[in-house]
Write a protein that binds this ligand. Structure first.
Ligand code: PEP
Ligand code: MG
Length: 854
């Protein structure tokens, strides 16, 4: 028969006591598990969260309960917080509650005067600071005697130190309950994901005293390294020390044998062996890697607490995989244990968290990883540095397409302006370069070649470190951790893939990107931005010639020079992807991006094209637009200047034939950008079909391709039904879709985004995390209308959100077939997709269970 549920405020934690995490917090529950394992845990009591709420609002426990707690413990107790989730923290532990003059006298007889004094003094100090809220400086004097502490308490409060143990306990409980409700504690835990009404339980535990004769002291032990996750015992044992209480002969011992000094293993081998045994058992029973807190009193061991081991990202992966492999947790559970974002720490170099950091300034963490290099202010200087073999950091006010070669030559990028989808951010993520954007605390003097941040100034050539994971710019070279694409990383992702119900592709423009995509097991290329290919030194002249041509036949001549190069680009991509789908997006940006912007550049161009400078200036002027991102770009160019798309389509088809001949399976997908009307698709489709027919005839080869449309204008999302009729797939370009839904420039939003988010206008930067309410509604509408018209249509998201865990969860529920993101975010997307799939499965199973039970 079920035991009646004990809802009283205070219950002793026994193997069968009705302790629950929901009612009493994680610590109380964890202690119960340790007690069930028969570990030597001192007698412990749980005070329920409901009772703690009552205490905070003035309803103290009954005198009988207080006396029971103190008496049961033989006079001395420690009080610890027990929140629902250990990550939410809580008020600090208070030890040795209940000590008074009489108890002090008894302890002096049992443990010696010094130990009794230290314990009493330690409690007076804690009580004065945390309970009576007296000035900590008055009680932090290390040489103060017990008499000094008692006198200081009397002076400050005009009363003697309270001698009634029950009153001491009541005051400690009240102060801890109220501290939990304080505004700073609330903010701190909410930042860690706690709900506004998160509650606190408390644990009152019999003190195991760590001062006294023999091998006596307190310590912690864990069985893995918190930074690397490698197996190995770490921790410490401090003889004659318990919190603030410490004797003159306090000594720190290594846990295991160590040439540098004495160890617990040698001093108390039995205790050490028990600790190891308990550690192994705790890991299995608690299904987690634990840090165990213990006390040794004259060689007698007590386990007073166990907490989840603090861990770095790489340690988190190793721990989860080891628990999964040892059969302690199911593999799905291992997948759920690692934060997807944490994986990016393993993909890149990372500033060693143990090393000192000389912070210069902060910006937006736009692309993760860390690198050290010498400052350069131009793309040309970056290329020169790379040619000398010197790692360099490209520092720019903002980057423009011409900087791409400089970015390739750099180890990291720092910009004063820009947001999460600005040029620098998108390209750096694609290249896997650490990048910080919107570092508005710096100012760049390109002439003087200096970078200033507050009172500090740095010249070109000086070394800095970019921590793109935290957004911190550091002076000099920081100590680094190597990437950890090890066996544990691969195993975790293998388990993730088995659970994941949404596919993940990569946005890849270059062979290097494509190789990275394959290395991270992307299921294809979801977006190849072809325009980046035209910024190449060899191609730019032909591109400019094409732009300057007035007649279609002259444009074709220039494009004919680009055709073989594009064909080679695509052939290589098809070969690398070896049968996986490759989605090639036709030309998208406004043409003026390919033209020089300064007089010098225009003069050089006039020379190359053999035209008067005035013609070049006129042409550049003619192409300039008030709102280029809303102007002649994307499919609009394809319709007004059809030769560009014709050349690209031909290059794609000829590449498909060439790669097919070499034996690689080819799945070519052509995607039309910035569509807003169905007729645009009809026109381009017709044009592409014509090119396909010609290439089939010329090469006498059959090939298939799929035509798709990017949904990146709100109108395309609304008209997705019509558009779906004319294509095989739709891909939501959520960067532009966000820009156009909000009417918010991708490149300028960084200037005020911080202040908008800080004031709660936007919950998050919508270029970073998909805005589910607005942009999301357009996606849902698009998905519904497209599927209603063409049920088998393939749907995807290829904006930067495709690599963001929260956004991926949304995509999965929206019924999107795949997301596509920067190659270095593919592992994160695979894990995020897997976790959401597991959550959805568990929810469905729970629902089934409910139905079956009802
Ligand atoms: C988009 O707009 O979401 C997209 C993927 O295209 P781009 O970032 O190249 O504009
Ligand atoms: Mg776009």
């Amino acid at each position: 028969m079920d035991q009646p549920r004990d809802t009283s405020s205070v219950i002793e934690i026994t193997p069968s006591a009705p302790v629950t995490t929901a009612d009493h917090g994680w610590r109380a529950k964890c202690l119960q598990r340790l007690i069930r394992m028969d570990l030597p845990v001192p007698r412990s009591f749980a005070i329920s969260a409901a009772a703690v709420r009552g205490i905070a609002s003035g309803r103290m426990l009954a005198r009988g309960d207080l006396d029971r707690l103190i008496a049961a413990a033989g006079g001395l107790v420690g009080v610890r917080p027990s929140a629902l989730n250990p990550e939410w923290g809580g008020p600090g532990t208070v030890l040795n509650v209940g000590i008074n003059a009489a108890c002090h006298a008894r302890l002096a007889q049992r443990l010696g005067v010094d130990a009794a004094d230290a314990l009493y003094r330690g409690f007076v100090q804690s009580y004065a600071i945390h309970v009576a809220r007296l000035d900590p400086d008055m009680f932090s004097e290390p040489d103060a005697t017990l008499a000094d502490a008692l006198a200081a308490y009397r002076d400050e409060t005009d009363e003697d130190f309270p001698q009634d143990p029950a009153r001491q306990l009541a005051e400690v409980l009240r102060s801890m309950a109220r501290a939990w409700d304080g505004p700073s504690a609330r903010l701190l835990r909410q930042a860690k994901g706690a709900p506004a009404d998160a509650s606190l339980g408390l644990v009152v535990q019999d003190m195991a005293l760590a001062l006294g004769p023999g091998v006596t002291g307190s310590g912690t032990i864990q069985f893995i390294d918190s930074v690397t996750g490698a197996p190995g015992i770490t921790g410490r044992f401090q003889g004659q020390t318990q919190g603030r209480a410490m004797l003159a002969d306090a000594v720190t011992l290594y846990l295991t044998r160590d040439p540098r000094g004495p160890s617990l293993e040698e001093t108390a081998p039995g205790v050490f062996a028990d600790l190891v045994r308990f550690g192994v058992a705790a890991r299995e029973r608690l299904r987690e890697e634990m840090q165990i807190e213990f006390v040794v009193a004259d060689s007698e061991l007590s386990i007073i607490d166990a907490t989840r081991v603090q861990r770095s990202s790489r340690a988190a992966v190793r721990i989860a995989v080891a628990l999964g492999r040892d059969g302690i947790i199911p593999t799905d559970e291992a997948v759920m244990r690692v934060q997807p974002r944490a994986l990016s720490d393993l993909l890149h170099h990372q500033v060693d968290p143990r090393a000192p950091r000389d912070l210069i300034t902060r910006g937006m963490a736009a692309s993760p990883g860390a690198a050290t290099g010498r400052i350069v202010f131009t793309a040309a200087a970056a290329q020169a540095a790379a040619a000398r073999g010197e790692p360099c950091v490209l520092v720019r006010r903002e980057t423009v397409p011409e900087d791409i070669r400089g970015m390739h030559a750099s180890v990291a990028v720092l910009t004063e302006r820009g947001g999460m989808t600005s040029h620098a951010a998108v390209i750096a993520r694609g290249l896997g370069l650490p990048c910080i954007v919107g570092a508005s605390g710096i100012s760049i003097d390109a002439r003087a070649r200096t970078l200033t941040a507050g009172a500090r100034s740095f010249r070109e050539g000086e070394e800095i470190t970019i921590d793109g994971t935290s957004g911190e710019v550091l002076a000099g070279a920081a100590a680094m951790l190597e990437p950890a694409l090890d066996d544990a990383f691969n195993q975790l992702l293998e388990w993730a893939d088995a659970a994941c119900t949404i596919a993940v592709r990569a946005n890849a423009d270059t062979p290097e990107d494509a190789r990275t995509a394959r290395m991270f097991a992307a299921q294809g290329i979801g977006l190849c931005r072809t325009e980046h290919m035209f910024f190449d030194e060899k191609r730019l002249p032909a591109m400019r010639e094409m732009i300057f041509a007035d007649r279609p036949e002259d444009r074709r001549l220039a494009l004919d020079r680009l055709l073989p190069m594009q064909r080679d680009d695509f052939t290589t991509l098809f070969q690398i992807m070896d049968g996986l789908p490759v989605t090639i997006r036709l030309f998208d940006p406004p043409l003026h991006e390919f033209l020089p912007h300064d007089r010098e550049g225009m003069r050089e161009l006039a020379e190359t094209l053999d035209l008067p400078l005035s013609d070049v200036v006129r042409r550049v002027d003619a192409l300039s637009e008030f709102n280029p991102m809303l102007g002649m770009r994307g499919v609009r160019l394809g319709i007004v200047i059809p030769e560009i798309y014709e050349m690209q389509a031909r290059a794609i088809f000829e590449a498909a034939v060439a790669a097919g001949r070499k034996g690689e399976g080819v799945v070519a997908e052509i995607m039309i950008p910035l569509v807003s009307a169905m007729r645009e698709v009809e026109l381009v489709r017709h044009q592409i079909e014509g090119v396909a027919a010609s290439v089939r005839q010329e090469t006498r080869t059959r090939f298939d391709y799929r035509l798709g449309v990017m949904v990146e204008t709100p109108r395309a999302a609304l008209r997705a039904g019509d558009i779906a009729e004319h294509c095989a797939f739709l891909s939501f370009g959520t960067n532009d879709l966000t820009q156009m839904t909000y009417g918010l420039s991708r490149d300028d939003a960084g200037r005020f985004m911080g202040s908008y988010v800080a004031q709660g206008v936007y919950a998050e930067d919508p270029f970073h995390i998909l805005d589910q309410e607005g942009v999301g509604e357009l996606i849902l509408t698009g998905v519904k209308r497209a599927r209603a018209r063409k049920p088998g249509i393939t749907l995807s998201v290829c904006g930067e959100h495709g690599g963001n865990p929260e956004s991926i969860a949304f995509c999965l529920h929206a019924g999107v077939d795949y997301v596509s993101c920067s190659p270095f975010r593919v592992p994160i997307a695979r894990l995020a997709g897997a976790q959401e799939s597991i959550r959805a499965l568990r929810a469905a199973q729970a629902c089934e269970g409910l139905k079956a039970g009802s």
